[in-house]
Ligand binder design. Structure first.
Ligand code: HEM
Ligand SMILES: *[C@@H]1O[C@H](CO)[C@@H](O)[C@H](O)[C@H]1NC(C)=O
Ligand SMILES: *[C@@H]1O[C@H](CO)[C@@H](O)[C@H](O)[C@H]1NC(C)=O
Length: 522
């Protein structure tokens, strides 16, 4: 206690000089390229190099570093600061973190302090008992029939009544990533809150809640590359992006509180006037905590905000990269189209749907399940472009990685899911090539173990929405590809953005070429 009290003025002075001096002077002088070694300077450690790396493709930089350090790399920040990370992509280490010694690798205090303002005590920011309890309950809700049915219905509505009419009416190039983000945002708000946020509609309006949510996530992430004392001081003084963050969180809270209040009123009505609902909020409202009391409004807010974060930009960003990869691999797009035609043909044989026009086709849940080639194509694109490229843990007690790296209690660990998807030792010499076939055996999809494929994480904290995400992505992709041949605009620059989720930095402008009638007659 006393020691840290003594250090803090020194800390503060140091950290301020780091931020101001280094960034401005050194970036310009060091002509650093990805692939070069990361220089470590006295006092300020590798922080300047990190800022330089951020000017490049950070994920590629991490790939180079991990390759040169045999899979595990220690990043050191300025003296006296909290910036020290062990970065790894060694599959045995990853297995150790997420499964074998799971309880020794919680999200931890550092993570928690960085994200608590936005995520509260929600599932992403919970460890131990609090996490397990939330996970169990959410898992039951997530797999209930009503919930699954509601998801399918809301997707039909969003895709067929909102997205396709917009696509139909678009004469020019259209930003598909933006459109998909809106779609999944509206979708996840229906799932979490039972509310229609209507961000996907003609004119593509800016919805304040959506914008606030986006900005808040981004500002929160920046805390991870800022010395803790610096952002805490900024928060205390209500300055800069901390000030913006606070305002955005205020808007998110206001939205959530509004929905919770309305729902409580609705639930107190007598049963004949009640709407039947099966969203997450309603489900959790009907439950009691371990003390036998209903959950507090704050806790309900946290649960919903976390689910929106989980479901909002994950599937849409994954789909955006998918369409980008398809543009480079047109044969795959045509193979998917053939698969869809085959499925629709089979439907015609079962007489009940005879005569339905091709353009009106709404894929049914059991048909989506049969899209095995599409499933493989999506998995392969997630391997190369995992939506969550990096994940974060903290070491609880002194430990040693299977590769021998010594971990002191409190060490922060980053594991690179991105790098793991591109390792020769795992995927072979052709690991950089997009090949859906590697997921297929005799035409059927075969899933990979999480020792190879970690896009959905693995072990005890494996993505809770995986099945839903696949369903959602397949339904959306199939509905588009069945109607259009998607082509990325010629002038589109494609690079990943450094964010919690790996957005395409400048969006994804595409041209949609309507499929000719003759194409359907195979
Ligand atoms: C392509 C789409 C998706 C990908 C790649 C993905 C990936 C992941 C990853 C890597 C994690 C681990 C995060 C961590 O522990 O730090 C995770 C957790 C989670 N995901 Fe997903 N996800 C996707 C879609 C979804 C969707 C659509 C939902 C729900 C609507 C969802 C719900 C969750 C939840 C609740 C967790 C937390 C699980 C826990 O901590 O126990 N995910 N996901
Ligand atoms: C797991 O973590 C503990 C510390 O909590 C450590 O003592 C132990 O050696 C680790 N290894 C295995 C294989 O459990
Ligand atoms: C690199 O890591 C692998 C697997 O952990 C190990 O077998 C090998 O000896 C390491 N090589 C070097 C040069 O350290």
């Amino acid at each position: 206690m006393e020691l840290s009290g003594l250090l803090s003025p020194i800390n503060l002075a140091l950290e301020f000089s780091v931020a101001i001096l280094i960034v401005s002077v050194i970036i310009r002088t060091l002509k650093w390229c990805p692939g070069d070694a990361i220089p470590t300077l006295p006092m300020v450690g590798m922080l300047p190099s990190l800022f330089i790396a951020l000017q490049h493709d950070i994920y590629k930089v991490i790939n180079y570093l991990l390759r040169d350090h045999n899979g595990t790399f220690v990043f050191t920040g300025p003296w006296f600061t909290s910036l020290k990370y062990v970065i790894t992509s060694n599959p045995t280490n990853l297995e150790y973190i997420v499964k074998t010694n799971f309880s020794n690798f919680p999200k931890g205090k550092y993570f928690s302090n960085n994200v608590r303002d936005l995520l509260g005590e929600g599932i992403f920011n919970a460890d131990d008992v609090a996490w397990l309890r939330q996970r169990k309950t959410a898992s039951i809700v997530f797999h209930s029939t009503e919930f699954v049915n509601m998801n399918c219905e809301s997707l039909v509505k969003l895709v067929h009544h909102r997205m396709l009419p917009i696509l139909e009416g678009s004469a020019k190039d259209i930003d598909l990533q933006d459109l998909l983000l809106r779609l999944t945002f509206d979708n996840v708000c229906m799932i979490a809150f039972g509310v229609d946020t209507c961000s996907l509609k003609v004119g593509l309006p800016e919805i304040p809640f959506v914008k606030a949510f986006e900005d808040a996530t981004e500002a929160m992430l920046l805390r991870f590359i800022t010395p803790t004392l610096l952002w805490r001081t900024m928060r205390f003084l209500n300055l800069g992006r901390e000030r913006h963050l606070k305002r955005c969180i205020g808007q998110v809270d206001e939205f959530a509180e509004g929905v919770i209040l309305t729902r409580k009123k609705e639930l107190s009505l007598n049963s004949s006037e009640k709407k039947s609902r099966s969203d997450l909020l309603t489900a959790f409202m009907g439950l009691k905590d371990e003390g036998g009391k209903p959950y507090s409004d704050k806790y309900l807010r946290d649960i919903c905000v976390n689910f929106i974060l989980a479901g909002r930009d994950t599937s849409s960003v994954a789909l955006s990269w998918f369409f980008w990869v398809l543009d480079e691999n047109p044969i795959v797009q045509e193979k998917i189209f053939s698969e869809l035609c085959r499925i629709v043909d089979q439907r015609k044989e079962n007489d009940s749907d005879k005569g339905s026009e091709d353009v009106d086709v709404v894929f049914k849940p059991e048909e989506v399940k049969r899209m095995e080639y599409l499933h493989a194509a999506l998995s392969e694109s997630l391997r190369l472009y995992p939506t969550l490229p990096l994940d974060f843990k903290e070491v609880l007690e002194d430990d040693v990685f299977p590769d021998g790296t010594v971990l002191k209690k409190g060490t922060k660990v980053i594991y690179s899911i991105y790098t793991m998807g591109r390792m020769k030792s795992i995927w072979g010499e052709d690991c950089r090539h997009y090949k859906p076939e590697r997921w297929l055996k005799d035409g059927r999809f075969v899933s990979e173990s999480t020792q190879k494929f970690m896009a959905f994480n693995g072990g005890q904290r494996i993505c809770l929405g995986k099945d839903f995400a696949y369903y959602q992505m397949k339904f959306i992709a199939a509905s588009i590809i069945y109607r259009y041949r998607v082509q990325v605009a010629k002038d589109q620059i494609v690079a990943p953005k450094f964010a919690l989720t790996m957005y395409i930095k400048h969006g994804l402008k595409v041209r949609l070429n309507k499929r000719e009638k003759s194409e359907f007659q195979k």
